[in-house]
Design a protein around this ligand. Structure first.
Ligand code: ZN
Length: 386
């Protein structure tokens, strides 16, 4: 299905105070329709964030696959009027692990047709009304009210209310807001819970420092242990400015991605310099093979690599090096031993004498502390998945 609700910047501004009053986390109100016949107020909403977090690998995703359906969600009444939130649910394609998922909306009870706010209100123990009265008062079906109360009892929503999110591992990712236009936003995630915490309007160092110093209500950074960033010194400095004790980890995904890009560049150079049609043919279609994990190689791809080992041993060695870096992350070891094997990797890579690869090795050397820190954090569950 395609998108049904569109909004302009003006719409967002016009309803901003209503969005804030309703304390919506993942939705923004952008319009309203009043239905006279059933006295229902429909609040049209759009997603608050340009991105979502993949529940499988915990990485930030920007690729929207489609809008599977329009959802209508019961919310607490406004000025005595039965209220529903209407929005398009979004399905994302994770560009990191290739799985697709429907974005969870934190304001809505999972797999239900009502908000947490409505559930809390109906289940308020001071209310002491029976299901039939509640159903009439709220203009909701008897069965729906019954299931809401049951759900509330199960979940003990009072306990859930307002307990701040204690973040121990923070992810900092920059994402191009509009592709190719150099307009970046900074996405902050809780790496252990795999949830989105905030999206900052730009990637300036000061913006991140301000956020780290005073995170929004509901986010507690007092027990922060580790921050994962890409290989940009600005972020490292920002974290170290505010939290001296926190371990900065160079995000695994970015390290491997950096190597993949280096491999692409070298492969292109080889293709350009090919001296015959036959050689050009040998180098065709290698783009993805050279950055593929051993376990995922098809029979034909294995054969190509074997052939490459004879014709272009340097390119074959690139595949081997990439696999070794992948395996390096998988091994459960101490930071000291990891440091030693990383050093060996750098020496072997340098021995190939390829300029682009030397540059990558320089990056590894500059960031070795943060790269090896991967092995220093308590439970690198999320950080270890690529
Ligand atoms: Zn994923």
């Amino acid at each position: 299905m395609s998108k049904t609700i569109y909004a302009t910047e003006d719409d967002l501004n016009r309803y901003r105070s209503l969005t804030e009053t309703l304390q919506l986390q993942d939705l923004c109100v952008v319009g309203q329709e009043f239905h006279e016949d059933d006295t229902r107020l429909m609040l049209l909403c759009v997603p608050h964030w340009p991105v979502s977090i993949c529940p499988d690998c915990g990485q930030v995703c920007t690729e929207i696959h489609d809008y599977p359906k329009q959802r209508t969600i019961h919310d607490s009444p406004i000025r005595g009027c039965q209220t529903v939130l209407v929005f398009d649910s979004r399905r994302f394609d994770c560009e990191h692990c290739q799985r697709s998922f429907t974005e969870p909306i934190r304001d809505v009870v999972p797999d239900c047709t009502y908000t947490y706010r409505l559930m809390v209100e109906l289940a308020n123990p001071r209310r002491k009304q029976d299901v039939a009265t509640l159903a009439t008062t709220y203009g909701l079906g008897y069965k729906l009210v019954e299931s809401i109360l049951l759900k509330a009892a199960q979940r003990k929503v009072e306990a859930r209310s307002q307990a701040p999110v204690q973040v121990k591992q923070l992810g900092v990712d920059e994402i191009a807001n509009r592709k190719g236009q150099g307009d970046y936003v900074l996405v902050l995630t809780d790496l252990q819970r795999r949830i989105l915490l905030d999206v900052l309007p730009d990637r300036k160092q000061q913006t991140l420092i301000d956020w780290l110093k005073a995170p929004p209500p509901g986010i507690n950074l007092s027990q922060l242990e580790a921050v994962a960033t890409d290989l940009w010194a600005h972020y490292r400095q920002a974290v170290q400015t505010v939290y001296h004790h926190v371990i900065v980890v160079a995000d695994r995904f970015h390290v491997v991605q950096n190597l993949n890009e280096t491999i692409h560049k070298i492969r292109r150079d080889f293709q350009r310099q090919a001296s015959s049609d036959e050689e050009r043919c040998q180098l065709k279609g290698l783009r993805y093979v050279l950055i593929k994990d051993q376990s995922k190689l098809k029979q034909t791809e294995r054969a190509r690599l074997e052939q490459l080992q004879q014709t272009h041993p340097e390119l074959y060695q690139l595949w081997v090096l990439r696999q070794r870096l992948h395996d390096w992350y998988e091994i459960d070891t101490t930071p000291q031993l990891a440091q030693v094997s990383l050093q060996t990797w750098i020496e072997d890579a340098t021995a190939l004498g390829l300029t682009h690869l030397d540059k990558f090795c320089q990056t590894l050397t500059n960031w070795q502390v943060e790269i090896v820190n991967f092995f220093r954090i308590a439970s690198p569950v999320v950080l270890s998945k690529v």
